[in-house]
Design a binder for this molecule. Structure first.
Ligand code: A2H
Length: 253
């Protein structure tokens, strides 16, 4: 853990269908999954959203009649940051597990796909962020390894009730070129280090050490509307755009 508080951008990913237990929220307001990220400039490369299947989540009353899906712990923190109707008292509308959320189609800011699906990630920590993570397999080794697991392992999809069409059509989207690593840096580093599973924790730590800092300092956007610009220059601009347009919320812990 670092010394000071960590500031995350919560990306508002709107549920376009409410199936299974989520159907109980029908008619109660627009439902948003709040994904905590440190890399808001990578949202152009989203292929899916991650939750922990056995994790405990809730649907909480948010601002403007909206509904936020996140962990109870993060809802409480967010309410103390004055981003919920009542300070210190998030209103729980529905208790949910991660498994209840899998397969929900979401509309995500800056994502080129009309919608992307909620899928299982087994390494999510429920004491960090919101417990909801957006997946950018071009630039995050964790996301790349977990998406490859689901694409290659039929048994894993079966175990969590993941349909082929939620995973198989979604390809890596190049969004950032990192000199020496190319425009699919996470794939490159996972291949070089022979990472074969999302549980390959040690090698994934090494993979992340190799690409994160370099992505920020040397990375160049290869997608519109910031094509050709340096990641370090556009990151604050994109973050601000998302917040000003109501597509993201600041959160710290
Ligand atoms: B990042 P830090 Cl492209 N459990 O977003 C596990 N991982 C979590 C999490 C949780 N509860 N909450 C957030 N995260 C992920 C994008 C991204 C991220 C890219 C590259 C690097 C990167 C797309 N996924 O993170 O421990 C989220 O993934 C670099 C560390 O607070 C979030 O940002 O440093 C990051 O980990 C926060 O991790």
């Amino acid at each position: 853990e670092g010394a000071g508080p960590q500031e995350y951008t919560l990306i508002k990913m709107q549920a376009v269908e409410l199936n299974g237990k989520l159907a109980q929220l029908q008619g109660k307001g627009a439902v948003f999954f709040l994904a905590a990220t440190l890399r808001p400039e990578t949202m152009y490369g989203q292929t899916n959203c991650w939750v922990l299947p056995e994790g405990k989540y809730g649907a909480f009353r948010g601002l403007n009649g909206e509904i936020y899906v996140m962990t109870q712990r993060s809802a409480l923190n967010l309410s103390y940051q004055d981003r919920m109707p009542e300070t210190g008292k998030p209103e729980l509308l529905l208790e949910l597990t991660g498994q209840d959320l899998i397969g929900t189609p979401l509309k995500a800011p800056n994502c080129p796909h009309e919608h992307i699906y909620v899928l299982p990630l087994l390494t999510i920590l429920t004491n960090k962020g919101t417990g909801v993570v957006t997946s950018v397999p071009s630039d995050s080794p964790d996301d790349y390894a977990a998406l490859m697991d689901l694409k290659k392992k039929d048994k894993l999809r079966e175990k969590f009730g993941v349909k082929d069409e939620w995973v198989l059509p979604f390809e890596i989207i190049p969004i950032i070129d990192i000199p020496g690593f190319g425009d699919r840096a996470a794939e490159r580093v996972c291949t070089d280090l022979k990472i074969t599973s999302q549980n390959d924790t040690k090698k994934l730590a090494e993979a992340k050490a190799q690409v994160y800092l370099k992505g920020f300092t040397d990375g160049v956007m290869v997608v519109a509307p910031h094509k050709g610009k340096k990641v370090s220059d556009v990151k604050p601009v994109i973050k601000e755009e998302l917040i000003q347009s109501g597509q993201a919320i600041l959160y710290s812990e």
